[in-house]
Design a protein around this ligand. Structure first.
Ligand code: AMP
Length: 192
């Protein structure tokens, strides 16, 4: 299986690049943010719980997020592989993901970390708010908080994958096609 962690701060382009990877490799795209938003829309109990955190730009607690992610993974029988987008966001989530994949006799193949500087992220998120209608993209204070949460709680997950020699940095600035090409090149290197 090809299992990719597509990593990066909010606004780095994870969703856009996931679409391209899904198309090329026929992988299953699992975005924890998308699953939470679907739960919000359908007014489920999980959605109600997640809302309080999402509205402030905080992380949903690990226990809830990990249970939800496990259930999503286990929905698929004999997948070619997964793209994990927006997960793991803490070391506890990374450990839980390793355990889950080990129980399925597979593992993470690579972490692709999209690197984009903060001023660019803020610009992209405010521009995205106009199309996405996401409340957490439209408010400058919530954006600041999401970036701070990323720096403090999520960025350390890079070290976890560095320890496994799976970390690959991808320059996330530039034209979307160029960034996709950088990702494809990184994947060719691990598959070679
Ligand atoms: P995203 O669509 O990835 O930007 O996620 C939107 C929001 O969903 C985040 O700001 C968090 O509140 C929540 N969320 C998504 N993924 C996770 C995760 N792996 N762990 C905790 N909270 C998450």
């Amino acid at each position: 299986m090809l299992n990719i962690v597509l990593f990066g701060p909010p606004g780095a382009g994870k969703g856009t690049q996931s679409e391209r990877l899904t198309e090329k490799f026929k992988l299953i795209h699992l975005s924890t943010g998308d699953v939470f938003r679907a739960n919000l829309k359908n007014e489920t109990a999980l959605g109600e719980l997640a809302r309080t955190y999402m509205d402030k730009g905080q992380l949903v607690p690990d226990e809830l997020t990990i249970e939800m992610l496990k259930a999503e993974v286990l929905k698929h029988s004999s997948p070619i592989g997964f793209i994990f987008d927006g997960f793991p966001r803490t070391n506890a989530q990374a450990i839980a993901l390793d355990d889950l994949l080990a129980s399925l006799n597979t593992e993470i193949s690579i972490m692709l970390a999209l690197e984009v500087e903060e001023e660019e992220l803020k610009k992209r998120l405010l521009a995205r708010a106009e199309q996405s209608g996401r409340a957490d993209d439209a408010d400058a204070a919530i954006i600041e908080n999401r970036i701070a949460v990323y720096n403090n709680e999520t960025a350390p997950v890079k070290t976890y994958y560095q320890g496994q020699n799976k970390f690959t940095s991808i320059q996330g600035i530039g034209n979307i096609d160029e960034i996709t090409q950088r990702i494809f090149t990184a994947l060719e290197n691990i598959q070679a």
